[in-house]
Design a protein around this ligand. Structure first.
Ligand SMILES: Nc1ncnc2c1ncn2[C@@H]1O[C@H](COP(=O)(O)OP(=O)(O)OP(=O)(O)O)[C@@H](O)[C@H]1O
Ligand SMILES: [Mg+2]
Length: 299
């Protein structure tokens, strides 16, 4: 957890500044959503990120994955000895990064099985598209169709999902909770080494939350780092984080252990913001407080 760690073992984020790509002058500091994130995630570590709505959690997840709507205006991200920011999103995925979306999108016409199979094949070939690997041949580093079906069956069982989802179109007509489970199914099959879960718990009923959390726990292993974005400490009752970070005002304003999540649940963000020297009038309750102001302007 310090600057001297090798980037081969850790995802190292240094002074990361991110702005929306659509902003006409994205490099202007006032356009930056993230204003200097420092975070190191080691193999086998679970880092939870909590923070008020609009604080930049999803922006961080997207920037790490290379979403084209965001530009990195300053800072660096290194992983597996590479400058992650120079890689296209698909290369990042081939390198073992995975993002479970907060709002998964539907892909009509593409079945769940084909989608996951293509993603797995791409990942098996790796970032350099190793020509020696035949993704469909288990003797050449791949997964045969039979093995793939078997694997899907296991993962459906792990997440207590009905196998009929395999032939449905990706997220088409899925309920909110089903979409989140499909994200976890993808993760279970792809076996990433760095998993970013953006509010995977939101929209899940109590039973589904437990099943998904148990699924994630079963996937945890010493080779995988996890960045778990959540609003609720309740998820952390199931998945114990090694570290909890508070993201607010575009920065990580406090880091701690599991206790920090309990404290946030108890007290909200205001005390932590105040301790970090921020104006507590502008807390997560601010949006409500700003409404009269906005109406004033509209008048
Ligand atoms: N493409 C974009 N263009 C302009 N503004 C954006 C863009 N993406 C995000 N923002 C703004 O950046 C801020 C952070 O958004 P982000 O989605 O990262 O927040 P969040 O912490 O994930 O919030 P939530 O808890 O509600 O999911 C918000 O004010 C949002 O409106
Ligand atoms: Mg978000």
């Amino acid at each position: 957890m310090n600057d001297t760690v090798t980037s081969d073992q850790h995802l190292v984020i240094r002074d990361l500044h991110v702005a929306p790509a659509a902003a006409p002058d994205a490099a202007a500091p006032d356009k930056e959503i993230l204003q200097g994130i420092d975070l190191t995630i080691g193999k086998g570590e679970v880092h939870a990120i909590m923070g008020p709505n609009g604080s930049g959690k999803t922006t961080l997840a997207y920037a790490l994955m290379g979403h084209p709507s965001y530009v990195v205006t300053r800072g660096e991200v290194r992983w597996k000895g590479r400058n992650l920011l120079e890689l296209s999103p698909d290369k990042r995925a081939r390198l073992g990064m995975f993002l479970a979306f907060q709002y998964p999108t539907a892909i009509p016409g593409l079945s769940v099985a084909s989608f996951i199979r293509s993603a797995l094949n791409a990942k098996l070939q790796g970032i350099d598209k190793n020509p020696d690997v035949d993704p469909t041949d288990s003797l050449r580093g791949g997964t045969s169709m039979r093995e793939f079906r078997q694997k899907m069956r296991e993962k459906f069982a792990l997440l207590k999902m009905d196998e009929s989802f395999a032939s449905r179109y990706v997220n088409e007509g899925f309920s909110g909770g089903e979409k989140k489970r499909l994200e976890m199914l993808q993760m279970a099959v792809l076996e990433p080494e760095m998993a970013i879960l953006d509010e995977t718990d939101s929209g899940l009923d109590i039973d589904a939350l437990r099943i998904v959390a148990e699924g994630v726990n079963a996937m945890l292993n010493p080779n995988m780092g996890v960045l778990l974005i959540t609003h609720y400490q309740r998820l952390l009752n199931y998945i114990t984080p090694d570290y909890v970070h508070v993201l607010a005002r575009g920065r990580i304003i406090k880091s701690g252990g599991k206790d920090l999540a309990l404290r946030l649940e108890e007290e909200g963000y205001a005390p932590v913001l105040a301790e970090a020297g921020y104006d507590v009038d502008e807390t997560d309750e601010t949006d409500a407080a700003r409404v009269p102001e906005a109406l004033e302007v509209a008048r």
